[in-house]
Design a protein around this ligand. Structure first.
Ligand SMILES: [Zn+2]
Length: 405
């Protein structure tokens, strides 16, 4: 992904401190060209077991990663590692990452790498949030079992202050070089992050979904684009007070998902449909998983469905929502599933398999979402299959167990 950016003309001047010392911009530029820290050597050489676990997890069925004969037939000397495994070989692991995060949080400058000092300088200037924006990898040759990687990295560039959709901040690009035995260069990577200033509380009435780490950035983007009932708490929402009730978090609109929210405004529950093979899909995405076509249209769902799974959210409480909040994964009768709130029901009467029907609720002028309610038309009519009363009881018991455990 690529963050939209525009220059902030007077930012560098305003960032100059009252003292006569160098400006923030000057101090940031001093980091360019410095190594981010000592070289990182892989724990282990490139090896078949790690490759096998990776391709299993990714669902990659290309035989050249696991079958010597297939790899030779494809022109390789033997099995090769998937190119996109590159970073996996030098990952420092969870414990080391936690220790580094703790050190940074405690402002332990002693022994900190240039990269740590750069991040702390940006933190202190108020750019406390981070989101990964770009990753460009270049592969010189495939990695093969026995290759023993070492990774060195240099701070490639630090941008001037930019205004982006997430807030103002600085882009920091790191250039990483991967070498193996005999210092042979096998790959390079440019990794770009945005260190930005979280939105001020004045904007809390209409908070964007603001990620606070690169990991939560991905989760947040995905949640916002796929679920109509986001329960994640934007960092800037006030926790209490008599101020007007904040609005619900905005979905992150893209050209792929905008139709869903536009449809909701017109009280239509729309499902994306591949124009080539007719497969329905949700959450919205650019191409068809079945035939890879990028052509798509929409169909209007009946609104009838059943609760496939659900949670009752008690905490953390975000002022824009009412609690306890029932968040369900609803399976529509057309076959796709979506996340939405269930209203007009007490949490302990919700059960898996429960027939529900969509309505629409305008939360504010700009946000209408589908909200599901128990489907009165399905009661006793068999209108929505639930697997019979026996299965329903079992599901209800299971749901009960989930709540009491
Ligand atoms: Zn298709």
């Amino acid at each position: 992904m690529s963050a939209q950016e525009t220059a902030v003309p007077d930012a560098e001047a305003s960032a100059t401190s009252a003292s006569d010392g160098p400006s923030l911009g000057e101090r940031l530029q001093a980091f360019v060209g410095q190594t981010t820290g000592p070289p990182v050597r892989a724990w282990d050489p490139v090896n078949q077991p790690m490759i096998r676990h990776w391709v299993e997890a990714m669902g990659d069925h290309n035989p050249v990663y696991v079958d010597d004969a297939a790899a030779r037939e494809a022109g390789f000397p033997g099995v090769i590692a998937p190119a996109t495994m590159l970073q996996a070989w030098t990952m420092r692991g969870l414990r080391a990452s936690e220790a580094a995060d703790a050190a940074r949080a405690n402002r332990e400058l002693k022994g900190a790498s240039p990269n740590d000092r750069l991040m702390m300088m940006l933190d202190e200037a108020g750019f406390t949030s981070v989101v990964a924006t770009n990753c460009d990898q270049h592969y010189v040759r495939p990695l093969v079992p026995g290759d023993f990687l070492t990774c060195t990295s240099v701070i490639d560039s630090v941008s001037t202050e930019k205004a982006t959709g997430l807030g103002t901040g600085h882009f920091v690009t790191t250039r990483l070089e991967y070498t193996v035995q005999n210092d042979e260069l096998v790959a390079t990577m440019l990794f770009r992050i945005l260190k930005f200033r979280p939105r001020p509380k004045a904007d809390a009435a209409a908070p964007a979904s603001v990620p606070t780490s690169s990991a939560s950035a991905a989760a947040s983007t995905s949640a916002a684009s796929t679920s109509a009932a986001s329960t994640s708490a934007p960092s800037s929402v006030p926790s209490s007070g008599s101020a007007p009730r904040p609005k619900r978090p905005r979905p992150a609109l893209t050209q792929d998902n905008r139709f869903f929210f536009d449809g909701a405004k017109e009280h239509k529950l729309l499902i994306q449909r591949c124009s080539n093979c007719g497969t329905l899909r949700h959450p919205p995405r650019p191409s068809c998983a079945k035939c890879q076509s990028f052509e798509w249209g929409t169909v209007t769902a009946s609104g009838r469905g059943t609760i496939y799974s659900f949670v009752v959210n008690h905490y953390p409480q975000v002022p824009a929502f009412d609690y306890p909040l029932v968040v369900a994964l609803v399976e529509l009768e057309e076959g796709t599933r979506l996340v939405a709130n269930v209203a007009d029901i007490t949490p302990d009467s919700v059960f898996i398999g429960m027939p529900v029907i969509a309505g629409f609720e305008a939360f504010d002028d700009d946000l209408t979402l589908p909200v599901f309610r128990p489907d009165p038309g399905a009661t006793g009519t068999g209108g929505v299959a639930t697997g019979g009363a026996g299965a329903q009881d079992v599901a209800q018991d299971a749901a009960q167990d989930e709540r009491t455990s």
